[in-house]
Design a protein around this ligand. Structure first.
Ligand code: ZN
Length: 483
């Protein structure tokens, strides 16, 4: 039974409901890809299904719009497919059980995929119509955005004829995104350098915890503490008491893009220095806690004597802490064009020791490609100064704010006419697929918009019905405007 058929605009919610009935988590896209191709074939629309998994559907300009600059309408076909623990739902095979709750659409016990199914639904509704005036259209539906933007990465831009890019993958009606960060993951590794433990070694287990953490892109500007960096300073203070201490294990964090919440170090300290060593670490912790009393007030530090000697590595503690303390973190530069926007930053997300090596893993972000590259070089230099090695992966381009953007000007004007107020024009310190488009064709002019959504990527994800209707109406006005 159809659940959304009473909603307006009918075509948009009709296609959206179709999409919810096809499981389409990242890497499980065969069904939705076939759906898109069948759609194009049955309507006699030219399409390209490329090797990166993307589907591009083209529609010529309607009468009178042949000379208006064409538009790329873009969204991604995959969703973050999550379900409530214990619900027993197989997200690979089960259609979503959608429901309406007032102005909101959700799915029982699962994410909804409003991100980014609603973009696909709007694009299909436009392609399906014969009464919507529009210039030449490239509808670009990318694959596997949520897992690292692989579709956008692999897109062959020669399959796209137009240069004005309307990305519908934002979640705030009334906010235009006009810039985003690019980034990379950088692993910095140094190896064990000693065979022996100090005389009469006492094993101390040190734990930094209670930090607020947060997303390393959107929340890096809040100035919160990073457990790995806090640990580096605390261990460094201990080393002023005895430089003979040895690091046996160091862990912290689970993902490079989350600010580290907790870190644990196991160290071997000369027996006679153990108490003074602990005291020095505790004193340093108190200084750090004071520095962060407003930005990160719940920070804890504990040190306990331990009898288990887990020697995952054997690294001079002085060297390890010097290394951690020299690695930069947090905000490196703010934007000169957009007030309050972080331009360049990095986050220490993961610390681990294995197979005789200690690794610090960073997420580097910048909306300026050269600043991203310079920061990566800095991490490499510091690591090599300590005799270590680096691995750089997942490099993706940013989207630098363009001072001149005819699409943005037109969209702001049409928005004001329709809504009666100015949209907020923002850039974000996180990734969007638009960066890949611009990297491939620098003359692309882009704006990202979208209807109101809540709690995307979770089972509480909700999509606003009224906001979807307004954004769709707005998109039609953009297409109808001949400027
Ligand atoms: Zn998305």
């Amino acid at each position: 039974m159809r659940k959304l058929s009473s909603l307006e605009p009918q075509k948009v919610f009709g296609f959206f409901e179709d999409i919810t009935q096809i499981p389409h988590g990242s890497y499980n896209l065969e069904g939705i890809r076939k759906f898109l191709i069948d759609f194009a074939v049955s309507r006699n629309l030219e399409y390209v299904a490329d090797d990166a998994g993307n589907v591009i559907i083209k529609k010529p300009a309607t009468a009178g719009y042949e000379n208006v600059p064409g538009i790329i309408i873009q969204g991604h076909m995959d969703m973050v497919a999550v379900c409530d623990e214990g619900s027993g739902i197989d997200m690979k095979t089960t259609p979503l059980d959608v429901f309406i709750d007032g102005d909101l659409i959700g799915a029982k016990h699962t994410s909804l995929g409003g991100d980014d199914g609603i973009a696909v639904a709007m694009a299909l509704a436009i392609l399906d119509s014969d009464d919507i005036p529009h210039p030449s259209l490239d509808v670009v539906i990318t694959a596997n955005e949520e897992t690292g933007m692989e579709g956008a990465f692999g897109l062959d831009i020669s399959n796209v004829s137009n240069r004005r890019l309307l990305n519908i993958d934002s979640e705030d009606e009334g906010i235009f995104t006009v810039g985003c960060a690019g980034g990379a993951r950088v692993k910095c590794t140094i190896a064990s350098d000693t065979a022996s433990l100090p005389e009469g070694a006492v094993i101390l287990e040190c734990k930094v915890s209670g930090l607020l953490g947060g997303h390393s892109g959107t929340m890096i500007g809040l100035g919160r503490a990073n457990a790995g960096k806090v640990m580096g300073r605390i261990l460094g203070a201990g080393c002023k008491v005895s430089s003979d201490a040895v690091l046996l294990n160091l862990t912290g964090g689970t993902a490079d893009n989350a600010i580290m919440l907790e870190s644990i170090a196991t160290v071997a300290v000369p027996g006679e220095a153990a108490d003074a060593f602990s005291d020095a670490m505790m004193a340093e912790f108190k200084i750090i806690a004071k520095e962060y009393e407003n930005a990160d007030p719940g920070m804890n530090f504990g040190v306990t004597k331990s009898d288990k000697k887990e020697e995952v590595i054997k690294l001079s503690l002085k060297k390890a802490s010097d290394f951690l303390n020299e690695l930069p973190f947090g905000v490196i530069a703010m934007s000169k064009d957009i007030e309050g926007l972080v331009q360049t930053s990095l986050n220490l997300g993961i610390l681990k020791s294995e197979a005789g090596e200690m690794t610090a893993e960073f997420s580097v972000r910048s909306s300026v490609g050269s600043e991203r590259d310079e920061l990566i070089e800095r991490l490499k230099k510091i690591t090599s100064d300590f005799g270590g090695t680096n691995k750089v992966t997942g490099v993706y381009p940013g989207w630098e704010y363009k001072t001149e953007s005819p699409l943005r000007d037109k969209m702001v004007r049409v928005f004001k006419d329709m809504y009666g107020y100015e949209p907020k024009v923002e850039a974000i310190h996180a990734g969007l697929e638009c960066g890949f488009f611009m990297d491939k064709a620098s003359d692309i002019d882009a704006v990202s918009i979208g209807p109101d959504m809540q709690d995307i990527h979770t089972t509480s994800e909700r999509l606003s019905i009224s906001s979807t209707a307004r954004i769709y109406e707005y998109v039609l006005k953009i297409l109808a405007d001949k400027a």
